[in-house]
Design a protein around this ligand. Structure first.
Ligand SMILES: Nc1ncnc2c1ncn2[C@@H]1O[C@H](COP(=O)(O)OP(=O)(O)OP(=O)(O)O)[C@@H](O)[C@H]1O
Ligand SMILES: [Mg+2]
Length: 365
């Protein structure tokens, strides 16, 4: 459906220096899927999105939508943004101040190329207003909405056309945590029900994991890894991805032996660890092991199996449904996220097991 290849977009800063905001971006989004650009502030997410929308003119590359070229540097094609028929919500959203909620959401239907009957407009508008939770105030003037309500209205207006491609740049950023979670759920359902091909931009990793079919993790203008939420979380390609997408423990080590397909013995300063790798490693390779806190298992009686150590509870934080433990193992400390039924007091000994399948070798970069 959407194909972006070798896309580069640059800006000039105040001093005339070139800012390479998007570098060699390659993405492919199948029809009906939700694809997320995830990364920290300034990594080039909005730039990539605006380049796809045609709001920014790239320096090179090629973009096709449904087989139709909308941008190609080598053949000089550039389709104007209003001719691309995408639905968009931008980080700085604008709604029409002289219209009420209903009129704002209905506007694209009234000015668009397709003619809709009154009843169709009414139906479609109320449907999207319900999705964003504004169905009770269709008559409210747009100037009387809170920031979060304006943002939801902007989203409703982008959805109402059921566009071929939906581009959403941090559409939930101004909402409180509860509402954001509800909208996440509703957005996902609507996206699935209508089969909307969607590019989603966020710096919030849990939002990306919850919503996406595929995620591209970006840093400094480049895509570092593309994969399903599970891939990105469980098989991060490098330190940046492991660190940005969730909490993790890093342990440096050296490969000592290959056990069997994909399993390695790694010497670390907490002892020998059995670990898994998705790329081949040689004896003597320096590696970084990444273990998520929920894969560090704690118990008072020593468990059986591999990767078992004895440590001391250094600190713990009660978070309601889980407890985070800091456990000291020799000179280092590991974070473990466990069920609150474990009540071992601080400074007491505790057994630690690291699941070898969840102890992942990544490039030490
Ligand atoms: N109009 C512009 N002129 C010059 N530099 C720009 C311009 N817009 C963005 N940049 C720079 O390009 C880089 C990427 O910016 P971009 O807005 O794409 O980041 P982002 O990932 O969307 O960040 P955020 O999460 O903060 O929205 C940044 O270094 C930014 O300062
Ligand atoms: Mg941005």
């Amino acid at each position: 459906m959407l194909q972006v290849s070798h896309l580069n977009t640059q800006y000039k800063d105040g001093q005339g220096r070139v800012v390479k905001a998007a570098q060699d971006i390659n993405i492919e989004v199948p029809k009906g899927k939700m694809f997320t650009l995830l990364g920290p502030s300034g990594c080039g997410k909005t730039t990539t999105m605006r380049s796809i929308a045609g709001m920014e003119k790239p320096t090179s590359g090629r973009i096709t939508v449904n087989g139709k070229v909308v941008y190609c540097s080598s053949s000089g094609i550039f389709v104007a943004p209003n001719k691309r028929n995408f639905g968009m919500v931008f980080q700085s959203y604008a709604i029409w101040p002289h219209m009420n909620v209903f009129q704002n959401a209905a506007f694209p239907l009234e000015v668009g190329p397709r003619k809709f009957s009154r009843r169709e407009i009414e139906e479609r508008v109320m449907r999207v207003l319900t999705v964003v939770g504004l169905e009770n105030i269709p008559d409210r003037e747009a100037t009387m909405l809170s920031g979060g309500q304006q943002q939801r209205l902007a989203l409703a207006r982008a959805l109402v056309m059921e566009p071929e491609l939906l581009l959403l740049d941090e559409p939930l950023s101004n909402l409180d945590a509860k509402l954001r979670e509800r909208m996440r759920f509703e957005l996902k359902r609507l996206q699935r029900d209508l089969g909307l091909t969607t590019i989603y931009v966020t710096h919030d990793q849990s939002e990306a994991l919850a919503l996406s079919h595929e995620i591209a993790v970006m840093s400094e203008g480049c895509i570092l890894q593309i994969g399903s939420p599970r891939d990105i979380y469980e098989r991060p390609a490098n330190r940046f991805v492991a660190d940005f997408v969730g909490l993790t423990n890093f342990i440096e080590g050296t490969v000592e032996a290959e056990a069997s397909d994909g399993a390695y013995d790694v010497r670390t300063d907490i002892g020998m660890l059995k670990a898994s790798a998705y790329e081949n490693r040689k004896n003597g390779d320096r590696v970084l092991l990444s273990v998520r806190p929920e894969d560090v298992e704690l118990s008072e009686a020593p468990p059986r199996g591999e990767n078992v150590f004895t440590g001391t509870v250094d600190a713990k934080v009660f978070l309601g449904e889980v407890v985070d433990f800091q456990v000291r193992l020799g000179r280092r400390s590991l974070m473990a996220r466990v069920h609150p039924s474990l009540k071992t007091p601080v400074s007491q000994p505790i057994s630690v097991r690291i699941n070898p399948e969840k102890c992942i070798c990544i490039r030490p970069d």
